[in-house]
Ligand binder design. Sequence first.
Ligand SMILES: *[C@@H]1O[C@H](CO)[C@@H](O)[C@H](O)[C@H]1NC(C)=O
Ligand SMILES: *[C@@H]1O[C@H](CO)[C@@H](O)[C@H](O)[C@H]1NC(C)=O
Ligand SMILES: *[C@@H]1O[C@H](CO)[C@@H](O)[C@H](O)[C@H]1NC(C)=O
Length: 481
Amino acid sequence: MHTPVILSFIPIFIISVCGEASFRVWGPGLKPQAIVMPARYFFLQSYNESCNLKDLEVEVDGTSPENQRCRIWKNILYTHNCLYIVRYKLYNTCANLKISIKYGEVEQTYDIKSYIYPEDCNCPRVPTDKWLNDWECGSIPNQIVKDLDTFKAINFDNLREKIIEKFNQPGSISLCHYVVKNNEVYRQCYGKYVGFKMFMDSILLSLARKVLLPDVEFFVNLGDWPLVKDAKDNFPIFSWSGSADTFDIVMPTYDLTESTLENMGRVMLDMLSVQGNVDYPWEERIPKVFWRGRDSNRQRLHLIELSKKHPHLFNASLTNFFFFRDEEEKYGPKAEHVSFFKFFEYKYQVCIDGTVAAYRLPYLLAGGSLLIKQESKYYEHFYNDLIPDTHFIVIKRDLSNLIEKVNWAIENDDKAKKMANAGRAFAMENLLPKNIFCYHTFLLNEFSKRITNKIKVLNDMELVENTSKDCNCDKTNRDEL
Ligand SMILES: *[C@@H]1O[C@H](CO)[C@@H](O)[C@H](O)[C@H]1NC(C)=O
Ligand SMILES: *[C@@H]1O[C@H](CO)[C@@H](O)[C@H](O)[C@H]1NC(C)=O
Ligand SMILES: *[C@@H]1O[C@H](CO)[C@@H](O)[C@H](O)[C@H]1NC(C)=O
């Protein structure tokens, strides 16, 4: 037995405040030495009556170990009610970082005397439990507790063959078998369409760069539908969508995970950007339901029918006909693409299943409109924590009470607004990039504790290439000590 040497590093904050602060600052981006993310972020809440993007000035600056200037890209988002989000992306290692916040006449500075690494540095330093603590991940999410409840002890030596045999039917499945061993990621995929493995690969590699993961073995379903229909099988399989009549273990969708990893990168729509681009006060939003989407579910056609009957309550159109091409005449014409941010010019957003749960739901919650959600057996990793009539309005699966609920919202504007705000607050507390990293780490950690077989890399598995940079993290940490 050897215990890994934990290189703990002591952050030194010098916080200087001049004048009286009429604001509060908090968030993971103020702990950049411990919380490494693609885009670090923190919040500023001002207590002034009215606010403006111009009121806030932030500088994030520092020097690299070679005494060069740090390369940093920063971006300030004004959300609503005087709440700002500041995010910044680091492109090289910094030996110190100074975050200066100037709001009105008041200036506040954070000096972090530590090495601070960009996300692509391969610097796992701490074991999972310490990492979860450093990141202030809180307690194990309810959904993980529930999903793992039936798995007291998992022995893949007895399961592996059975799972592969059951699901590796020609053409039917996209399944990958992963092993994480000594913080390296290995996998073997089964099925014809396994391109989506890239999403699982990227989150695993990203975690392996930050944390000493436990050795663990698991299967990931890359398809839309959950797989484990038979309780007797008791197969532990990770999926992006769960359902009331299956037993898959859910994890954040590839979409939400990708937007976490590509924050300030490739994606435009993520849980932070959506808040900075929908600064429409509730009172100015149009009191109608807005909806756009493709025809991946019969009920979506039904929504169009309702909207044609009640044009004063809806602005709803299909954007694409694929599943019901022959009905385009009745349910068309199809609409031009509308920027997702524009959805929130309207007060009410309706969420109707596509093939499974509609993966846009996190963004709908974050946009500050009232979410009206169709009853569904499908769910993402956080749905079971949402409370109907508190965070959103639930409607019948066949939409038969949709009109009634929209009329209720129009007549009870204060209650509708309160619910919309509660939905947004839920998204802020549970679905931001930090939460998504925490969820994956919790899941791997809890899952690994239940595995009883010896974790080994199997012959046919391939190493998932590590594209990260070395960044001298061991060396720099040692220097620091
Ligand atoms: C916020 O309010 C305080 C106190 O009224 C004032 O001193 C400060 O200038 C205001 N800040 C901004 C940015 O308006
Ligand atoms: C519905 O929304 C689209 C996209 O924002 C807009 O161009 C159109 O004018 C709206 N239709 C009505 C009837 O308001
Ligand atoms: C991953 O990258 C690090 C840093 O460049 C390197 O030390 C390590 O050997 C790599 N691991 C694999 C499996 O390639």
